[in-house]
Design a protein around this ligand. Structure first.
Ligand SMILES: [Zn+2]
Length: 342
């Protein structure tokens, strides 16, 4: 299947009442792990690259690896998404390269650190929507600011400083025409999200429910939604790592979100933990090894296992062949004739 728009994938997920994991990649092994998990579970796929990933691996490598994935797994609907675009120019460069979906994170200024005003966010997001929809490309916006910093992007803090205001969310969607909306409900980027198992005082599922009530047809996105499972932390620490105790977003909370409008769930940290644990294990148990394949293969396998588990837990498993790809040109025509709700 050619690369498809994220709007189509999320519309299908809404029809089927399931969520779709969006997994971050920086290299070939991570893409292979996700595609193998998708084939095994028969799931549609969103692969996303941040600005940090694009800088690390170079756009052209990433893009051609994605084309290879689409060619090698023709049965799987596959979205190539830009995670946390910081400016109009970043989003435009991704669209020009061939990404089928972009996030314009106008909740922060282009420095990726300073919270923006509501009007600044609307203005830049609306501008990206215009150029993206003209090409059939999907746009995710963000209202409210997440906690933590990852790849140098983020306002820091606990995630409770700029929780999304439901009324503002309604106004933001109406003024920008975004296809999907990232909301801030107390989650953070990175491994250190919560200092104990989160309850309603730090993970604001009530805000999510309030937003869904006001925007029942908008695809909601949960960022910073790794679960940071203890068994993955333990493998790292057992083989010489020094992770401090930490808690992520429990899968059952994500599933509650999925029952209430969440269609895209961003997961990065869990895969990083799985990869690092597998590599540490090889280094500890077989210090004589020096062929990179001897540790990258188990690392890839560990990530595949985790992605397949999340695909099953989010409900996307089994839905990979429910539909045919709508070409981007057709999506563009639908936006132009407003048959796609914006
Ligand atoms: Zn994020």
């Amino acid at each position: 299947m050619p690369l498809v728009s994220m709007r189509q994938l999320l519309d299908e997920a809404a029809k089927g009442g399931y969520g779709v994991g969006a997994f971050n990649v920086n290299n070939m092994e991570q893409i292979q792990a996700i595609m193998e998990a998708a084939r095994e579970t028969k799931a549609p796929v969103i692969i996303q690259a941040s600005r940090g990933a694009r800088a690390y691996s170079q756009d052209k490598y990433l893009y051609h690896l994605m084309l290879a994935a689409a060619e090698l797994y023709p049965e799987i609907p596959l979205v190539m998404h830009l995670d946390h675009g910081n400016s109009f120019e970043t989003c435009k460069s991704a669209i020009d390269l061939g990404f089928t979906s972009v996030m314009m994170d106008g909740s922060l200024l282009p420095d990726g650190k300073t919270p923006a005003t509501f009007d600044q966010n609307v203005e830049v997001t609306r501008a990206v929507v215009e150029i993206a929809h003209a090409k059939g490309v999907t746009v995710e916006g963000e209202i409210g600011v997440l906690g933590g910093i990852e790849d140098g992007h983020g306002a820091g803090g606990t995630g409770l400083e700029h929780v999304t205001d439901p009324d503002q969310a309604v106004e933001f969607v109406a003024k920008t025409g975004v296809d999907a909306l990232a909301i801030a409900i107390g989650t953070s980027h990175g491994a250190y999200k919560f200092s104990s198992k989160p309850d309603g005082s730090v993970l604001k599922m009530d805000i999510l429910l309030a937003i869904h009530k006001r925007l029942p047809n908008v695809h909601l996105v949960m960022h910073g939604s790794s679960s940071v499972p203890k068994d993955l932390q333990d493998v790292i620490n057992q083989y010489g790592g020094k992770l401090k105790p930490t808690w992520g977003v429990p899968v059952e909370e994500i599933q509650l979100g999925i029952r209430n409008g969440v269609r895209k769930i961003n997961v990065d940290t869990d895969n990083r933990l799985a990869i690092t644990g597998a590599i540490r294990k090889v280094f500890a148990e077989k210090p004589e090894e020096f062929d990179p394949r001897s540790y990258l293969k188990p690392a890839r396998e560990a990530m595949k296992k985790l992605v397949a588990l999340r695909m099953t837990q989010f409900g996307q498993a089994g839905h990979g062949s429910d539909y045919q790809a709508i070409p981007l040109a057709e999506m563009a025509a639908q936006y132009a004739s407003e048959t796609v709700a914006v």
